[in-house]
Design a binder for this molecule. Structure first.
Ligand code: GTP
Ligand code: MG
Length: 614
C-alpha cells in the first residue's frame, strides 16, 4: 500500500483541473452510523477499487469478525486508487458529476474546531440520526452548530430504519420533531432521507423496503447539492497573512500576501488596510508560479505589490476604497460557543483570532447563556462553561476590523484561544459603541488607589531642570535605535539630567512574532510598560526606551497609561504610523552625534529640558 502524506493525498484528490469540488460534512451522535453511510456510499456508487470489498469481506471472515461497511474507511486509508483517498477525517471520492470531500467529524467538538480553524470547510451537511435512538442531545447540538456555521444546505439522514421495520411512522416522528427544532434555528433542511446504511436502503439506490418514500437517495441528494457561488460579489476582504520583501538589487518592493476571502481586486484598485487605515494603489498582482495577473477573486491566494511603500503588518485586512468598509472597534456583541476545559470568565485575558489578526480580548459581559440542546436560555450566569453557547460582549485591547456575521460571514466569525488551545468560536452579531474601555477603567482604578507623596511636580522640575518624559525610539524592526537611545541617555546623564535607559526593546522585537507561544503577550507587555512609565515619569525621570514595530494603537495605549505625563516619540527610519504624531523623525543610518543634537533641540523647544545648552 502506498504511503502518502495528507497534503499529497489532498492535492492528488483535487482531481482533474476544472472539476467542481464540493465539501460535505457528516455529523451525528456516536454510533449513529456515519462511517457506515460513507462506506456504503463508496461501495454502492461504484467508487471502490476493484476487488476491495471482496478482500475486506474475506479478511473479516478469516478473523471471524462480522463484516462492517465502516471498516472500508480504515481499509482505504492512505490508499490512492481510482480517485478515492481517505485520511484521518476526510474521504475524497468522485462521481461523474464532480469531486467530493466528505468530512467525517470524529465528534462534534472536533468538528467545530476543524470548521472554525479552517482545517475543514463545508458547503453542505448530512446530519445523521439513529431511527431507534431518535433525536439525542447531541443531534440538537449538531443542528445548532450547523446553523451557527452558516451551512445552508442540510439533509437529515435517518439511519438504521431496518431496526424499526422500515416504519414510516417512526421516520415521520423523527422528521417532525427534528424539523421543528431546526426551523427554530433558521436551518432550512433540503431533505429527510430514511435509510438503512447496513442494508444499502436509499443510499445509492431505492428499495422496496420503503415504498412510501418518494424523495432522493443519499447519493442523489449529494449530487443535487448546489455548489455555492464564490462570494465574489461581496466587498473585498483579504486578511494579510504575510509581507514578503524583495531583497535583491536594492529592490525594496514588498508583496502583501493573503487569501481573498470575499470580493475581488484588480490592478489599479485603491486598497485600504484596516484597522490602520493606510492606503495605496495596487500596482501588480503577482501569481504564484505563474505570470502577473490582472485580477484576483474570492477563494484565491494571492500577493500584491503597491504603488507606494506603506508600512503594514500581517494581521491587517485589505479592503477596497470604493466599497463598504468593515467595522472598526474594540467592542462587539457575539454568540460564542465555548469548548475550553476551564470556563470563560470575566477579567481574564484571552486571544481572539479574526482573519489574520490576533489580539488580546476580554469577556466584558455575559448577556445570556443558551443551552445548545434545549435552546432554552439561562440568565445571570457569571461564566461561560464548556459547551455553553453565550451571547456576550467582548472587548479587544486594540481595534479590529470585522463585519457582522450576517453581512460578510467569513469576516464575522472568530476563534478564541485560551492557554494555546482553541477554546471558543463565535459569530459577531453587532458592534457595540464603547462607553468606556477596560484600559480607561484600569487607569482610573490605578490613579484612585495611588497614595501620592508630598513632593510635587514643580519641585522636581526645579531640582532636575527638566520635566519627566517617556522618550520612545520607534521604527520598523531591525534598525539601530538601541545605540541612539543609549547614547542619548549617556549624553543627558552627563548633563546632570535624571535619566534612565530601559533596555527592553529586544523583548518587543520578539513579541512581534505574536503567536501565543509566550507567557506574556505583546498587548500585556504594552500595559506593563505603560504602568511602569507612569511611575518613572512621575518621579521626574527622562525614561528612554526603544520599541520595534509598534503601531498607532500601541502608542495610544502607552499615552493613556502614562497620562498626565507625556510621550516623546523619536522615529528612526520609515514612519510607520498612520496618525500618531512623531516628535522627531530621523533617517535610518543618521550620524549619531547629529541625531542626538536634533533630539536635544526638540526637547528644548518643547520645554522638556529647561535652560539646557547643547
Ligand atoms: P462513530 O464514528 O463512533 O461516531 O460511529 P459512526 O457514526 O461512524 O457509526 P458506525 O458507522 O461505525 O456504526 C455504528 C454501528 O451501527 C455499527 O455497528 C454499524 O454496523 C451499525 N449500523 C450502522 N448503520 C446501520 C444500519 O443501517 N442498521 C443497523 N442495524 N445497524 C447499523
Ligand atoms: Mg465513524
Amino acid at each position: 500500500m502506498e504511503n502518502t502524506s495528507p497534503q499529497k493525498t489532498e492535492t492528488a484528490a483535487r482531481g482533474a483541473e476544472g472539476r467542481e469540488q464540493l465539501s460535505i460534512v457528516i455529523v451525528g451522535h456516536v454510533d449513529h452510523g456515519k462511517s457506515t453511510i460513507i462506506g456504503r456510499l463508496l461501495a454502492d456508487a461504484g467508487a471502490l477499487p476493484e476487488g476491495k470489498l471482496e478482500d475486506l469481506r474475506e479478511r473479516c471472515r478469516k478473523s471471524a469478525k462480522p463484516f462492517e461497511y465502516a471498516f472500508l474507511l480504515d481499509a482505504l486509508k492512505n490508499e490512492q486508487t481510482q480517485g478515492i483517498t481517505i485520511d484521518t477525517a476526510r474521504c475524497f471520492f468522485k462521481t461523474a458529476r464532480r469531486d467530493y470531500i466528505i468530512n467525517d467529524a470524529p465528534g462534534h467538538i472536533e468538528f467545530l474546531k476543524n470548521m472554525v480553524t479552517g482545517a475543514a470547510r463545508a458547503e453542505a451537511a448530512l446530519l445523521v440520526i439513529d431511527a431507534r435512538e431518535g433525536v439525542q442531545q447531541n443531534s440538537r447540538r449538531h443542528g445548532y452548530m450547523v446553523s451557527m456555521l452558516g451551512i445552508r444546505q442540510v439533509s437529515v439522514v435517518v439511519n438504521k430504519l431496518d431496526l424499526m421495520d422500515y416504519s414510516e411512522q417512526a421516520f415521520e416522528a423523527i422528521r417532525s420533531e427534528y424539523a421543528e427544532f431546526l426551523a427554530r434555528l433558521g436551518v432550512e433542511t433540503v431533505s429527510f432521507i430514511p435509510v438503512s446504511a447496513r442494508n444499502g436502503v436509499n443510499i445509492a439506490s431505492r428499495s422496496d423496503e420503503t415504498p412510501w418514500y418518494r424523495g432522493p437517495t443519499v447519493l442523489e441528494q449529494i449530487e443535487s447539492f448546489v455548489k455555492p457561488a464564490a462570494p465574489t460579489d461581496l466587498p473585498l476582504r483579504m486578511p494579510v497573512q504575510d509581507i514578503y520583501r524583495f531583497t535583491e538589487h536594492d529592490d525594496d518592493r514588498r508583496i502583501v500576501a493573503g487569501m481573498v476571502q470575499t470580493g475581488s481586486l484588480a490592478k489599479g484598485d485603491e486598497a485600504i488596510f484596516q484597522p490602520s487605515g493606510k492606503c495605496s494603489t495596487i500596482a501588480r498582482i503577482e501569481g504564484f508560479n505563474s505570470s502577473e495577473q490582472t485580477q484576483a477573486i474570492a477563494g484565491q491566494a494571492t500577493g500584491v505589490t503597491l504603488t507606494t511603500q506603506i508600512y503594514i503588518k500581517p494581521g491587517e485586512l485589505m479592503c477596497r476604497a470604493d466599497q463598504r468598509q468593515p467595522r472598526i472597534g474594540t467592542q462587539l456583541r457575539a454568540n460564542l460557543f465555548w469548548m475550553g476545559k476551564s470556563p470563560m470568565v470575566v477579567g481574564r485575558p484571552y486571544r481572539l483570532r479574526i482573519g489574520a489578526a490576533r489580539v488580546q480580548v476580554n469577556l466584558a459581559a455575559i448577556l445570556n447563556v443558551l443551552d445548545a440542546s434545549e435552546l432554552s436560555t439561562v440568565q445571570g450566569k457569571g461564566q461561560v462553561d464548556r459547551h455553553d453557547v453565550a451571547e456576550c460582549v467582548l472587548e479587544t485591547v486594540r481595534p479590529i476590523a470585522f463585519d457582522l456575521h450576517n453581512e460578510i460571514e467569513t469576516n464575522g466569525r472568530f476563534v478564541i484561544v485560551d492557554n494555546y488551545e482553541i477554546s471558543g468560536c463565535g459569530v459577531i452579531l453587532e458592534q457595540v459603541e464603547a462607553r468606556t474601555s477596560m484600559l480607561h477603567e484600569h487607569v482610573i482604578r490605578r490613579e484612585f488607589a495611588w497614595d501620592k507623596g508630598n513632593v510635587d511636580r514643580g519641585e522636581r522640575q526645579a531640582r532636575f531642570n527638566h520635566k519627566g518624559r517617556f522618550i520612545v525610539f520607534t521604527g520598523p524592526t531591525g534598525n539601530a535605535r538601541h545605540e541612539l537611545a543609549k547614547r542619548l541617555e549617556q549624553h543627558l546623564f552627563r548633563k546632570h539630567c535624571n535619566t534612565y535607559y530601559l533596555g527592553i526593546g529586544n523583548v518587543f522585537e520578539d513579541l512581534d512574532a505574536d503567536e501565543p507561544t509566550r507567557s506574556v503577550s505583546r498587548d500585556e507587555h504594552v500595559q506593563q510598560l505603560g504602568d511602569l512609565a507612569r511611575i518613572m515619569t512621575d518621579a521626574g525621570l527622562l525614561l528612554i526606551t526603544t520599541l520595534a514595530g509598534v503601531d498607532d494603537y500601541d502608542l495610544e495605549r502607552l499615552k493613556l497609561l502614562n497620562e498626565p505625563n507625556q510621550l516623546f516619540i523619536v522615529n528612526v527610519g520609515e514612519n510607520i504610523f498612520s496618525h500618531f504624531p512623531v516628535d522627531v523623525q530621523l533617517p535610518d543610518g543618521a550620524d549619531t552625534r547629529d541625531a542626538i543634537n536634533v533630539v536635544i533641540r526638540e526637547l528644548n523647544t518643547r520645554e522638556v529640558l529647561l535652560d539646557y545648552c547643547i
